[in-house]
Design a protein around this ligand. Structure first.
Ligand SMILES: [Zn+2]
Length: 269
């Protein structure tokens, strides 16, 4: 079945992954800027990373018939130094005009620190200034709920941002409903064993429905599975969900949210 993986870090993946994703029905992906597994030594390191995301990766994906889109930011983990973070943020605007850039992301909180929150708010202002969609990372630690609330409050405090143009990612059973209740979109990130598995994602769909909800693999440099979305499709099919429901969560919803940016085009779909 045709699907979109709206959150996967392809710079960390091999061409074999692209090939297997294409064979499983993937036609488009979006790749947020993230912590690459090490702290970069200068803002110039981010400049080159943004070139990779906007120039190199789209042509690699195109070899497999997959359209590649991206999001730019400095991730919360490297944003703990506000001076450095602002230096990186100052180079983002020149990349926003690139044809595959959909917005600002994945911004958010890691340890819920004061510095992280300050830079998160400045990213929100940057997105509002340039009318960009927003993709938000929520902390994976035990304070996910606290971090998610801090994030939603910060977005609400910025009067210029419509929650319907913000996706809050990595939701779990205890955060999905408050995110949806406040008008945001929610993303379930599927991991092979820990965090949200394909089985837990199917449970969440059964508990909360499919409106404003998507799922992604977040495949990166650590243990992760670039085929997590098609595996969740199989799990839902096994449980008797209709093809329409499976398509809504893995194709129609990402298409609707991402389609709010006119640059998101997937010809023929
Ligand atoms: Zn990510």
């Amino acid at each position: 079945m045709t699907y979109i993986d709206p959150h996967i870090h392809m710079i960390s993946r091999t061409t074999d992954d692209y090939q297997r994703m294409a064979q499983a029905g993937c036609i488009a992906i979006t790749e947020p800027a993230f912590w690459a597994g090490f702290d970069r030594s200068s803002a110039q390191g981010f400049y080159d990373y943004f070139r990779q995301l906007t120039q190199v990766e789209p042509s690699r994906a195109a070899q497999y018939g997959i359209k590649h889109f991206t999001w730019l930011c400095i991730n919360p983990k490297e944003a703990e130094d506000p001076g450095f973070a602002r230096e990186v943020m100052s180079i983002i605007p020149e990349f926003l005009e690139q044809p595959n850039v959909l917005g600002i992301g994945e911004i958010g909180l890691n340890k819920n620190s004061r510095n992280e929150l300050e830079i998160f708010e400045e990213h929100l202002a940057l997105a509002a200034d340039h009318n960009q969609l927003i993709l938000v990372h929520t902390p994976h630690l035990e304070d996910k709920l606290k971090g998610t609330k801090l994030i939603m409050d910060a977005v609400k405090n910025n009067q210029r941002i419509d929650p319907g143009r913000v996706l809050i990612d990595h939701v779990e059973e205890h955060t999905v409903q408050i995110v949806l209740d406040r008008g945001f979109w929610a993303g379930m990130t599927l991991y092979p064993e820990t965090k949200c598995t394909p089985q837990r994602a199917a449970d969440i769909v059964e508990m909360h429905g499919t409106e404003r909800l998507w799922m992604n693999s977040a495949g990166d440099w650590g243990p992760s599975d670039p085929l997590a979305v098609p595996k969740a499709q199989i799990e839902m099919r096994r449980r008797g969900h209709t093809e329409a429901t499976i398509s809504q969560i893995s194709f129609d919803n990402p298409k609707t949210f991402l389609g709010q940016c006119p640059k998101f085009s997937i010809d023929g779909h």
